[in-house]
Structure formats: C-alpha cells, structure tokens
Design a protein around this ligand. Structure first.
Ligand code: ATP
Ligand code: MG
Length: 343
C-alpha cells in the first residue's frame, strides 16, 4: 500500500528525523502521510522522532494546556501504530535545550520577508486568523524546525507535502551556515513523501489536521468511523445509482486509494462508478470496512499504552537523554562556525 523509494546505496549514512506537534491525537493523515513510513524506516535507519511541544506552543502560548495535555497522547499513538522505542529514539523537544539555542543562531540568517513567503506558514496564518497579532514564535517556527532537523544530522524526512517548504528553508540555512563556517558542518536533507502526501478532510475542503477539528483520529470508535465515512463528500451530481459518477475530488475514492491495499480492485470499482451502476452507499461500505479493520487494532493497542502513563514518560525521558549529546555536538560546531569558540 505504501510505496517507499528508499535510496539503497548509503543505508548506514542516512539519518531519519521527523516529528509531530503535541496539539492533539494523531489521525489518518499522519498515518498515511508519515507514520506508516516511519514504522518501516526504523528497521533500516537510525531514526529520531520528536514530540514537538515547543512548536505546539507557537500558536497556543496562551493555551499551553492544549500542548501539555497532548504530549503523552502522541507517544501512545506512536506505540499503537508500531513505532518501537528500542529501534526509534522518541524525544521531547523542550527537553533538548540545544534545539532552542540553535534556533537563535539560525534566526540571524533568515529574513522576516523570507518567513512571510513560506507558503505553509502563509496558509496557516490565514487559517488561524491571528490578525495583526501573529506570535513571533509562530512566524519563526520554520527556523526552529531547521534546528530540529540539523541537530540530529538528519538527511531523510518522512513528511506530508505541507512540510516541503520547511525542508527547503532548512537547506537554505544549512548552506548559509556551511558558507559561514567554510566547512561542511551541517548536512542537507530531503523529504520522503508517501503515496498520499496530503490526506484531505472528509468534506474534501482542506488537509486533515488536528487543529481544524476535521480529523479521523487513530483511536476512533466504530461508530465515529461509520459516521465519518457516511458523511464523506462524493460527487454531488451523482444522484442515482445508474448515473455515471466522478471520481476526481470524490473523497471516498481518495481514501480507497490511500487505504485499500488491492489496487486492481479499486481500479475496477472506479471504472464501474464512472460507467454508472455503482452507488455511493456501496463504495462507502467498502471503505468503512477497510477503515474499521485498520483502526481497530490501533485503537485497542492504544488503550493499553495510554493506561500506563509512567511507561510513556519513561520512554520520552530516556529518548530525550539519549538525544542530548548529538544535539550539543552540532550546537558546538555551529558556535565554532560563527567563531564563538574562545573557551
Ligand atoms: P496541526 O493542525 O496542529 O498543525 P497537523 O494535523 O497538521 O497538526 P502536524 O503535527 O503539524 O499535524 O504534522 C505532523 C506530520 O504529519 C507532518 O509530517 C505532516 O506533514 C504530516 N501530516 C499531517 N496531516 C497530514 C495529512 N492530512 N496528510 C498527510 N500528512 C499529514
Ligand atoms: Mg500541521
């Protein structure tokens, strides 16, 4: 179902880093856009996953409970989908001070205009209706993300397509730092997009995301899943079964492409739908069955993990401690690059 085109040549030199804002539970968009890839990548590469609590604060500074209350939710979601803390380092952004320090160094190399041009930031600012009160931390979060990526010498970033502008900005910073240091102290990175790099919300209107309240969470009940699929946007002009229907923009087919493993079966279904004679009730039932099968084991595993908070904390603590040295070393190199190595 998930097509990975991994570079096979330099498996030992590639480092994987990615993360999620601690702003809510993870959803099907995370699963198909990034989590499923991470579960595979952890067997081949050294992988670090960051629970981005600081980044979560950039638009929740006045509502920090939203962030603090979701940190362990995110860790439970990781474990439930099969991320193994023995293979993947799971760490907490706020517990690695070098990340914030690196951000301050990089911030001197990025103009405000460049940040305002970042298409994802631009789009998010429009959605969040900050008005004239955009938090400085929010505008600059691409810089802090560059710190996260470079602090772990990451070269491969499994993300959804909303993250492409962040990776581009990170590489700009990397090139600037290396030019200043006159030495290749930082590595450039590249995105690893899955087959479904942007899962739409069930209404087809936007990207499924935590903060839009339009997500199918990975612990959804059977009833919630059923309701979400029944409400999905299809072809509004497909009003009787025998009429030909459109599959473009039809969320049910987008989800079947994303989550059904039998491509031939889905191709056949599409052909029938386009020819006429296949009703939305039937396609929705096929999708619902598939999503029920996918989510049930995740929901059940998650219920056990979230019950044991001390285990989740221990995993985060251990991963954060394990991450300090590497991040500190990168920070020291960057300081040295700026000539700040008097003692
Ligand atoms: P928020 O609304 O707080 O920004 P989010 O739902 O966008 O939350 P993030 O924590 O910002 O989630 O994203 C974590 C990772 O999941 C990123 O790599 C992002 O590209 C990916 N991702 C998030 N939503 C989707 C989606 N709908 N489709 C594909 N990938 C996604
Ligand atoms: Mg996001």
């Amino acid at each position: 179902m998930h097509h990975l085109s991994l570079p096979h040549t330099d498996q030992n030199t590639q480092r994987v880093l990615t993360g999620d804002r601690a702003t809510g539970q993870l959803h099907l968009g995370h699963f198909v856009g990034s989590l499923a890839q991470r579960v595979k990548l952890q067997h081949q590469y050294k992988q670090t996953i960051l629970v981005a609590d600081l980044q979560g604060l950039t638009d929740n500074g006045h509502n920090p409970n939203k962030v603090s209350s979701n940190i362990l939710n995110v860790v439970a979601d990781y474990l439930a989908v099969g991320i193994d803390p023995l293979k993947t380092t799971i760490c907490l952004q706020s517990k690695i001070p070098a990340l914030s320090e690196l951000t301050m160094y990089y911030a001197n190399l990025v103009s405000v205009a460049r940040l305002q041009r970042n298409p994802t930031v631009k789009n998010e600012i429009a959605n969040k209706a900050f008005g004239a009160s955009i938090p400085a931390g929010f505008l600059t979060y691409p810089i802090s993300q560059a710190a996260d990526i470079t602090a772990f010498n990451a070269t491969l970033i499994p993300v959804g397509d909303d993250q492409l502008p962040m990776i581009e900005q990170t590489n700009e910073i990397v090139r600037k730092i290396n030019a200043i240091a006159q030495e290749k102290i930082l590595q450039e990175c590249k995105p690893l997009l899955s087959k479904v790099a942007r899962l739409p919300s069930t209404d087809g209107q936007s990207k499924m995301s935590k903060s839009m309240g339009n997500a199918i969470l990975l612990d959804s009940t059977q009833k919630t899943i059923s309701k979400a699929v029944k409400s999905m946007y299809t072809d509004p002009n497909h009003i009787s079964i025998d009429m030909p229907g459109r599959i473009e923009g039809n969320v049910v087919f987008t989800y079947l492409d994303a989550f059904h493993s039998d491509e031939k079966f889905v191709a056949n279904l599409k052909a029938q739908y386009q020819a006429g004679g296949l009703g939305d009730g039937k396609t929705k039932k096929i999708l619902e069955d598939r999503l029920q099968d996918l989510i049930k084991p995740i929901r059940e595993a998650r219920a056990n993990f979230i019950d044991d908070k001390s285990q989740l904390i221990a995993i985060l603590k251990e991963g954060s401690e394990r991450s300090q040295d590497e991040a500190n070393q990168v920070l020291n190199n960057v300081k040295r690059g700026f000539g700040l190595n008097l003692f």
